[in-house]
Design a binder for this molecule. Structure first.
Ligand code: ATP
Ligand code: MG
Length: 565
C-alpha cells in the first residue's frame, strides 16, 4: 500500500470502516454520463476511485449513468472507455449501465407507490417548478398528490405504456413539500421521453431520474463508498431516503469531495459542447481544452495527468487550481523523456561566406544531455543555414545577446559566427544574413573573449518543412466557468500556426509515430519548447507539431510581470 500517495480524508473513512469490519471488501465506481468526452476533472474522480480500489485490494466498476437518452451517444461511451483505459485503469468485470437495471428500477418505483410514497403527477414542468417554493417559502402540494395507490399504479403503467405524451405525467416521491431541503420536496423519479435509448432501444418511454437511478444502481452493485462531488451533498438526503424506503438489501454510503476547477478552463461538458458547436474549437480533442483527448493530442501523457491528480489531492475545499501546476507535471516528465533536437519556427537564411559551397560536416549529437541511453542523431553543417528570425536584430542594442551586425554568436554544437551584412527584398524584409564562420572555434572557448550566446540552427540541406501549432490559453480570464457570457472572453490568439523546419535526419524516427496516439514521440526543440506530433492532422508528407508546453513557466513570469507593473 502506497499510503503516501493516497492519504486523504476518504482513506481515513475507509480505514475506520475497515477497523469496524475486517471483511469489508472495498467497491467504488466511476459513473460518467455519456453526454460528452471526459476532462481533467473526471480524471480527478477516476484516479480517486481506481486508486482507492487498488490501494485497498478492492474493485472499481465503470457504470454509465445513462438515464437521459436525449443527450447521450454511443460515440461518447466509446471515447470514455478509451480514455479510462489510456489512463491505465481497468474496471471490474464488464462495463455496466444504469440502463441494465431499468426493469428493477421500475419494480422499486412500484414498491414506493404501494407504500404510498410515490404518486403520478400531472402538473406541467413549469407548474412543478412553481409549486416547489424557494429557500424562504415552503412548496405547495400538487392537487394530484393524494391519488390512491391503485390509481397511481394504474397511471404509472399508463406512463410506461406510452399512453401519455411527454411532459403530461411524471412519477414523484411523496416526501415533504415544506422540507428545508428543496430536493426533498417531492422530487421527480420518472419522466416520459419518447426517445430510443442507445442500450435499451425502444423498450422504454419512461426514464428514471439521476437521483432515483444512482443510489439504487450503487446498491445493486454493492458499492461500499459512493464518491461524488460536493454539489451532490443535498442529494444525499434523497439518496438515503430512496434506499431506506425501497428496502434494498445493501445500503452504500455517499461521500463528497470538491470538484476540480482549473484556471483559464471550462470543465462543463455542456459548455464545452457550445464551444464545439459554435466552431470556436475543432472538437472534443482540440488541444486547447482540458479534455483527456485534448490533453493527449497536445502531448500530455497518462502518467503526467495522474501525477497532477495526485498533487491536487482530495479535499472538501473548492479552489481554483493554477494552470501552471498542470504544466509543471508534464514538463517535469518531458524533461526526462523528450528527444532534444533543433527546429526553426520562423526561418531566416544565413550564408557563411568563408565556407565552400560544398562544405559539409556531420555532427553526432546526443538525444538527451543526461541520458546516453536515449542515443544520438546526426546533424548536417553546411555553408547555408537557417536560424530563427527572432535571433537576429539588424541594429545591436545594449544587452541584446543574439546575432546582430558585427556581433558574434555560437551555433549550437558548431562554430562561432559573426554577422557582416544583410540583404533585403523590395519589401524591406531581410532575406539573407552574410556571416563569417570562425572555423577554429569548434568546441573551443574563444581566446580573451567571453563565450557568446548559443542559438539553434538547421542546415539548408537538413530541413524538413513542417507546421507548428503554438497554443495559448483559450480564455483571457482566469475563471471563465464563473462568467455567464464566457464566450466573450475567448483569446483570439489561442492558436498560432507557424511554418518552419525540423531536422530532416529525424524523419525515419518520426515516421513510425505519426499516426500513433498510444505511443507518442515527444521532442524538446531546443530553446522553443516541448512538442509532439499531431496524430490527427499529420500526414506522411506533412507533419504537424503541437506545442505541449513551454520550456519555462511563462504564465507565472507573465503574471509576475503584470503585478510588478
Ligand atoms: P460536467 O459538468 O462536466 O458535465 P458531470 O458531473 O455532469 O460533469 P458526469 O459524467 O456526471 O459529469 O461525471 C462523472 C463523475 O465525474 C461524477 O462522479 C462527477 O462527480 C465527477 N466529476 C465531474 N466533473 C468533475 C470535476 N470537475 N472534478 C472532479 N470530479 C468531477
Ligand atoms: Mg452529471
Amino acid at each position: 500500500m502506497n499510503n503516501k500517495k493516497y492519504n486523504n480524508f476518504i482513506c481515513q473513512i475507509i480505514n475506520e470502516d475497515l477497523n469496524k469490519n475486517k471483511n469489508l471488501s472495498l467497491r467504488t465506481r466511476f459513473p460518467p454520463e455519456p453526454n460528452g468526452h471526459l476532462h481533467i476533472g473526471h480524471a480527478k474522480s477516476i484516479c480517486l476511485n481506481f486508486e482507492l480500489a487498488h490501494l485497498y485490494n478492492g474493485k472499481c466498476n465503470l457504470r454509465f449513468d445513462d438515464t437521459n437518452p436525449l443527450k447521450e451517444n454511443i460515440k461518447y461511451i466509446n471515447s470514455i472507455k478509451y480514455d479510462i483505459s489510456w489512463l491505465g485503469y481497468k474496471w471490474n468485470g464488464s462495463v455496466r449501465y444504469s440502463s441494465d437495471y431499468f426493469f428493477k428500477l421500475y419494480q422499486y418505483a412500484k414498491q414506493l407507490i404501494y407504500k404510498g410514497l410515490a404518486y403520478v403527477d400531472n402538473l406541467t414542468k413549469e407548474q412543478i417548478r412553481e409549486y416547489r417554493g424557494t429557500l424562504n417559502t415552503p412548496g405547495i402540494n400538487s392537487p394530484y398528490r393524494n391519488r390512491t395507490i391503485e390509481e397511481n399504479i394504474k397511471l404509472f403503467k399508463k406512463m410506461k405504456n406510452g399512453e401519455y405524451a411527454e411532459g403530461e405525467a411524471c412519477l414523484r416521491a411523496k416526501i415533504d413539500m415544506s422540507s428545508s431541503s428543496i430536493i426533498m420536496r417531492d422530487p421527480v423519479l420518472y419522466r416520459i421521453r419518447f426517445m430510443p435509448h442507445h442500450q435499451t432501444k425502444n423498450i422504454w418511454c419512461i426514464y428514471p431520474t439521476y437521483d432515483f437511478a444512482h443510489c439504487l444502481s450503487d446498491s445493486l452493485e454493492k458499492i461500499t463508498h459512493s464518491l461524488c462531488t460536493l454539489e451532490f451533498q443535498e442529494n444525499k438526503f434523497l439518496y438515503n431516503w430512496i434506499l431506506y424506503n425501497t428496502n434494498v438489501e445493501y445500503h452504500p454510503k455517499q461521500y463528497e469531495f470538491s470538484r476540480l476547477n482549473l484556471e483559464f478552463s471550462i470543465l462543463s461538458k455542456r459548455k464545452l459542447k457550445i464551444l464545439i458547436d459554435q466552431n470556436i474549437i475543432q472538437g472534443w480533442n482540440d488541444p486547447r481544452i482540458p479534455t483527456i483527448s485534448g490533453l493527449r493530442r497536445k502531448g500530455y501523457t497518462a502518467s503526467a495527468i495522474k501525477y497532477f491528480c495526485q498533487k491536487i489531492g482530495i479535499t472538501k475545499q473548492n479552489t481554483l487550481i493554477e494552470y501552471s501546476l498542470l504544466e509543471h507535471c508534464i514538463r517535469k516528465e518531458l524533461n526526462q523523456t523528450a528527444i532534444r533536437s533543433m527546429a526553426i519556427l520562423e526561418p531566416i537564411k544565413i550564408t557563411l561566406y568563408n565556407l565552400d559551397e560544398n562544405h559539409k560536416e556531420i555532427f553526432v549529437v546526443p538525444n538527451h544531455p543526461n541520458n546516453p541511453d536515449m542515443g544520438t542523431h546526426e546533424i548536417i553543417f553546411t555553408n547555408i543555414i537557417y536560424i530563427e528570425r527572432s535571433d537576429f536584430k539588424e541594429k545591436y542594442e545594449t544587452g541584446y545577446k543574439r546575432l546582430s551586425i558585427g556581433k558574434e554568436i555560437r551555433l549550437r554544437y558548431a562554430y562561432i559566427i559573426q554577422a557582416t551584412k544583410i540583404e533585403k527584398d523590395e519589401f524591406n524584409n531581410i532575406i539573407n544574413i552574410t556571416c563569417y564562420c570562425d572555423t577554429t572555434s569548434l568546441g573551443k572557448k574563444p581566446k580573451n573573449k567571453k563565450n557568446p550566446a548559443v542559438i539553434h540552427w538547421i542546415s539548408i540541406h537538413n530541413t524538413l518543412p513542417v507546421e507548428f501549432r503554438l497554443y495559448d490559453q483559450l480564455f483571457d480570464i482566469k475563471n471563465p466557468e464563473q462568467q455567464k457570457n464566457f464566450l466573450s472572453y475567448i483569446n483570439p490568439k489561442s492558436l498560432i500556426k507557424k511554418h518552419g523546419f525540423i531536422e530532416k535526419t529525424l524523419a525515419t524516427m518520426i515516421q513510425q509515430y505519426i499516426f500513433n496516439q498510444n505511443n507518442q514521440l515527444c521532442f524538446q526543440f531546443e530553446r522553443i519548447g516541448y512538442f509532439c506530433i499531431d496524430y490527427i492532422d499529420s500526414q506522411k508528407n506533412y507533419l504537424v507539431f503541437n506545442r505541449t508546453v513551454n520550456l519555462r513557466d511563462l504564465w507565472n513570469l507573465k503574471k509576475n510581470k503584470n503585478t510588478n507593473n
